[in-house]
Design a protein around this ligand. Structure first.
Ligand code: ATP
Ligand code: MG
Length: 466
């Protein structure tokens, strides 16, 4: 299928395992990308760069996903124009980033990311443009080059395909088309060196394998085992962004499996990793179910919030920490609050989490206890709490994971369905200070992970996780 129109041998000084670049051009009739699938904004950016005398290519996830007949999330453009030159062409452009300078061109709600072709580091005229840490990590990368040097600076071959409006062809310098066909995530260059430059590429390998349902090619996968600890050097803010991409992309179940397979969870979510390794009660089923429910909500275009996912991934640790503090003689309310704070503080060392989300996590956890205390006017008050929906979803999640909450989820599902009088009657029937369960409505739950039908409530699927 690949017709080689011409081949340009090109010495690549950085990556010894890719000695020569094999430039392949796929003409329009040999690939499935049509202009109609590309957003008007991206087309406009490419067109205007072209009119300005610059080269412009669609690159990265946009090209990859179109070749795989998926709908791209967004479109990235690569060009030989410098960020400053790009900015001059567009009124709506902003230069952002320091590690990598890029230009954001905004069209309404859509942002097109425009990057200037990267070059080789030995071309750097001064440390102003390029910098590395002692262990080889790239700190800055603003050395410009041409499309070929740009291609080999990218992470995986399937992410280094370029589509141009000039004859509508696809340019391939790294055998990316072959890997698309063979469904392989393959690092460009020497994997060890590339992971050293940027350890986040290990997470990206797992993420793309999960998202595309590809295998990670062997020499790309092998070093991950021993190089994982390099992720400890990544700033917490960047890891938070990565966690969001990993778990909020709609393929969290596969991501969780991949992170466990490569033992990378410990660098992102140490408490989650420990909960699995120590086999804390319901931990595995809860994480899988949380990932499944999130994927399902994304599929159905429902809202998801990081607060809910983090709340789930850290819940078994919060519970175990609470038990520990109770055993030390701390009063229950204080123990729960302190356990929540301890677990969050520990997590913040790895991933920064904005305050609004940690607040949300604490409220979801706190409401787990309060949702059981439903007698008298209490149910009404809890029902009006701004986090009621999320906390209720969390109860359903715990039950789906196999925890026996004595019918708590069903009770609240019914509470939302009936009128005010019936709600009063329901609350009156709850007895005892803890407000034990309404046993008449108790239903047997399937064992752990058994119920995979969404978030467990058919009539409340629009309940937001916010
Ligand atoms: P997604 O569907 O998640 O947007 P994507 O492939 O577009 O996937 P981005 O993170 O948006 O991924 O990055 C765009 C492109 O930039 C990638 O396809 C890749 O070519 C390049 N890139 C991004 N991050 C890195 C990195 N850490 N190292 C090397 N190249 C990278
Ligand atoms: Mg992208």
């Amino acid at each position: 299928m690949l017709k080689r129109l011409f081949s340009l041998p090109f010495k690549n000084p950085l990556a010894r395992s890719t000695p020569a670049i094999n430039h392949q051009i796929l003409p329009r009739d040999e690939h499935n990308i049509s202009r109609r699938q590309i957003s008007r904004a991206a087309l406009k950016v490419m067109q205007r760069l072209g009119d300005g005398g610059y080269e412009a290519y669609l690159v990265g996830g946009g090209v990859r996903d179109l070749l795989l007949k998926d709908q791209p999330k967004d479109f990235d453009v690569a060009t030989d124009a410098t960020p400053e030159q790009v900015k001059q062409l567009f009124r709506n452009a902003r230069i952002i980033g320091r590690r990598f300078k890029i230009v954001h061109v905004r069209f309404g709600r859509e942002i097109i990311e425009v990057t200037t072709f990267r070059g080789h580091h030995h071309d750097a005229s001064s440390s102003k443009h390029s910098a590395r840490s002692e262990d080889g990590m790239l700190l800055r990368d603003n050395v410009y080059g041409d499309i070929q040097s740009d291609a080999i600076r990218r992470d995986f071959t399937v992410n280094a395909l370029y589509y141009t409006l000039n004859k509508f062809s696809v340019h391939d310098f790294t055998n990316g088309m072959r890997d698309i066909q063979e469904r392989k995530i393959r690092m460009i260059g020497k994997p060890e060196t590339r992971y050293q430059e940027d350890p986040v590429r290990m997470l990206r390998a797992v993420r793309f394998a999960a998202k595309l349902n590809f295998d990670i090619e062997r020499s790309t996968a092998t070093p991950i085992g021993k190089m994982g600890p390099l992720l400890e050097n990544i700033p917490a803010a960047r890891l938070f962004e990565e966690v969001l991409k990993l778990f909020m992309g709609g393929y969290g179940v596969a991501v969780l499996k991949g992170l466990r397979e490569y033992d990378l969870l410990q660098y992102l979510l140490p408490a989650t990793d420990q909960a699995l390794k120590q086999q804390l009660p319901y931990a595995e089923a809860l994480f899988e179910q949380a990932a499944h429910n999130t994927d399902d909500r994304i599929q159905r275009d429902l809202r998801v919030t990081p607060a809910f996912i983090f709340a789930a991934l850290l819940w078994p640790s919060v519970q175990s920490e609470t038990r520990k503090l109770l055993d030390e003689g701390m009063p229950p309310v204080q123990a729960s609050a302190e356990a929540a704070q301890n677990v969050i503080s520990q997590q913040l060392q790895r991933t920064s989490i904005p305050k609004r989300f940690t607040q949300g996590m604490k409220e979801i956890w706190d409401l787990q206890h309060r949702l059981t205390r439903r007698q008298g006017k209490r149910a009404e008050r809890i029902f009006e709490h701004p986090r009621f929906r999320a906390a209720y979803d969390f109860v359903l999640l715990r039950e789906q994971a196999g925890e026996d909450l004595e019918g708590l989820g069903d009770w609240w599902t019914r509470y939302q369905d009936v009128d005010a009088d019936e709600r009063t009657r329901m609350s009156e029937k709850i007895s005892g200070p803890g407000g034990g369960a309404n046993r008449r409505r108790r239903r047997r739950r399937k064992p752990s992970g058994g119920n995979r039908g969404g978030n467990g409530s058919s009539s409340h699927n629009n309940s937001s996780q916010s």
